[in-house]
Ligand binder design. Structure first.
Ligand code: XMP
Ligand code: MG
Length: 177
């Protein structure tokens, strides 16, 4: 698979350092808040696993699976494929994402969790593509800013492949063209 990768953006050491830094920040900010860390499947899996190791305060881990699609009037809709197992009413929710691009998916999920009565909803993302943003979504915790290129690995896929790569890399254009 490595021959499909143009260049590596984050290797395993980079990712570990990022997870340590974010884990420490979350520890400080969520003292005594018993936050619910909500991973968005499937891309969050390696990240939430590693991040969790560096959070030392008590947390609960939950997962949601959503898919975005263009509904009527070309508005973006989000379909819930797997919902949370526990209520979020009154809870401090921290959503863990692999990458924030346009921000549409997260905007919808945040709206929903606030509507359900979450006390707070913030986002921790491994990668942030600021150039791709089409919404006002601002993740509170960002692992790494990346250029507006298609990246795979460490949870991120192209046609469901490459998620198991231990690093994040730019996919060669010839693979998806
Ligand atoms: P938004 O709603 O922020 O969606 O546009 C973010 C979701 O889009 C996917 N995405 C990517 N997946 N490489 C990927 O493998 C990328 O470079 C990329 N950019 C966006 C991803 O599913 C993310 O959760
Ligand atoms: Mg995703």
């Amino acid at each position: 698979m490595k021959d499909h990768i143009e260049s590596i953006l984050l290797d395993q050491d980079d990712i570990r350092e990022i997870c340590k830094r974010l884990g420490n920040q979350i520890d400080e900010d969520y003292q005594n808040k018993n936050p619910m860390l909500v991973g968005l499947l499937k891309g969050c899996v390696p990240f939430i696993g590693d991040l969790g190791k560096y959070i030392t305060i008590p947390i609960e881990m939950e997962y949601m699976d959503v898919s975005s699609y263009h509904g009527a009037k070309s508005s973006l809709e989000v379909k819930i494929l797997k919902d949370l197992d526990s209520p979020v009413k009154g809870r401090h929710v921290l959503i863990a994402e692999d990458i924030v691009d346009t921000g549409f998916t997260l905007t919808k999920v945040i709206q929903l969790l606030k509507y359900r009565g979450a006390a707070s909803v913030e986002v921790v993302t491994l990668l942030n593509k600021e150039e791709g943003r089409l919404t006002k979504m601002v993740p509170k915790y960002i692992g790494q800013e990346i250029p507006n290129r298609f990246v795979v690995g460490y949870g991120l896929d192209y046609n469901q492949k490459y998620r198991n790569l231990p690093y994040v890399g730019i996919l060669k254009q010839e693979i998806y063209e």
